[in-house]
Design a protein around this ligand. Structure first.
Ligand code: NAP
Length: 293
């Protein structure tokens, strides 16, 4: 049995769909407050639903019962709920899940993380590092996936990249390269690594096929859409100041992530691809998909 924690999220939903399509048994942990439409969509794929919460250890013991592989993609970063904090979910909640998985004799724990830049620190990154360290010491065979920026999130309308209306918010100068990766490729790697001995006790980095600056990305969208983009830059100094003056861990994390983008991040995915061959989605593929509607 595969347990997906974060199943109602973007990446967890993709992992569920891929496993279910391949005929593998899947159990999705959902919360009492999770979207009923998303739960129904999981059910329709033949996925077993178990209710629980990373903040509730007892629910995790039940969820892990009879499970061989845990995929944990959950995070509180988008949560607006009272008490569903980065500390309670991304740090303590993941620790609860590791403990439940250990007690249940889980044979592989796949944790989705990111490496971040050494020159920027913020609560989500600190919680991810703490979880990765805890997992490595747990005795459970693990796979830690360190993913770069998801193109569907960072080159999407929620973060101001509005291709349909030819407008984009750019964090910083837009001149530093980023290895944009598709969450679909991250899901494919997570499953391939979970199912292979070559993925055991490994930290695998994944970026896209080509690092591009945000301005190069804009040019790709301009060429393919035939429309000139209107750009709005958020200066690096403004992001530093937002981070320094943040009032909550989530605010500090958002500013930290935007600063991480502004300063750039390149990943060499070749060592990962040498072990897990995948055809990675390019920004051009993504632009065609978005512009086709
Ligand atoms: N976006 C990026 O560029 C990027 C890059 C590298 C790594 N990552 C990592 O990739 C992972 C997946 O991202 P995503 O975009 O799929 O996230 P997402 O869409 O925000 O999904 C978050 C999931 O966590 C669940 N969750 C929140 N609080 C919980 C709790 N207390 N107990 C159990 N589940 C809880 C949510 O459930 P509900 O539906 O009930 O709220 C949802 O299923 C994250 O860990 C993220 O840090 C993201």
């Amino acid at each position: 049995m595969n347990l997906v924690v974060g199943a109602t999220g973007l990446l967890g939903g993709e992992i569920c769909a891929r496993l279910a399509n391949a005929g593998k048994p899947v159990r999705a942990l959902v919360r009492s407050s999770s979207s009923p439409e998303k739960i129904e969509a999981l059910r329709r794929q033949g996925i077993e639903i178990v209710e629980g919460d990373l903040r509730s250890p007892g629910s995790l013991d039940l969820a892990c019962h009879g499970v061989a592989t845990v995929f944990s993609t959950a995070t509180a970063i988008q949560s607006q709920q009272e008490g569903n904090t980065l500390d309670r979910v991304d740090r303590e909640g993941q620790a609860n899940l590791i403990e439940a998985a250990r007690k249940a004799g889980v044979r592989r724990f796949v944790f989705i993380s990111f490496r971040g830049r050494p020159d920027i620190d913020y609560p989500l990154q600190a919680a991810k590092k703490a979880t990765a360290e805890r997992l490595k010491k747990s005795g459970i065979p693990y796979t830690i996936i360190e993913a770069s920026f998801f193109m569907e999130i960072w080159l999407g309308p929620h973060l101001g990249f509005d291709a349909k209306n030819a407008r984009a918010v750019i964090f910083g100068s837009g001149e530093r390269k980023i290895s944009w990766v598709s969450y679909r490729d991250v899901a494919a790697l997570a499953i391939a690594a979970a199912e292979s001995p070559a993925g055991e006790n490994q930290v695998l980095e994944i970026g896209g096929p080509e690092a591009l600056t945000p301005l190069e990305v804009v040019r790709i969208f301009e060429q393919r859409s035939g429309k000139k983009f209107e750009l709005q830059h958020v200066a690096e100094e403004a992001l530093e100041s937002a981070k320094a003056n943040a009032k909550t861990p989530v605010e500090e994390t958002f500013a930290g992530l935007q600063l991480y983008y502004a300063r750039g991040f390149e990943v060499d995915t070749r060592p990962t691809l040498a072990r897990f061959p995948l055809r990675l989605t390019s920004v051009r593929d993504y632009a065609d998909r978005v512009l086709a509607g």
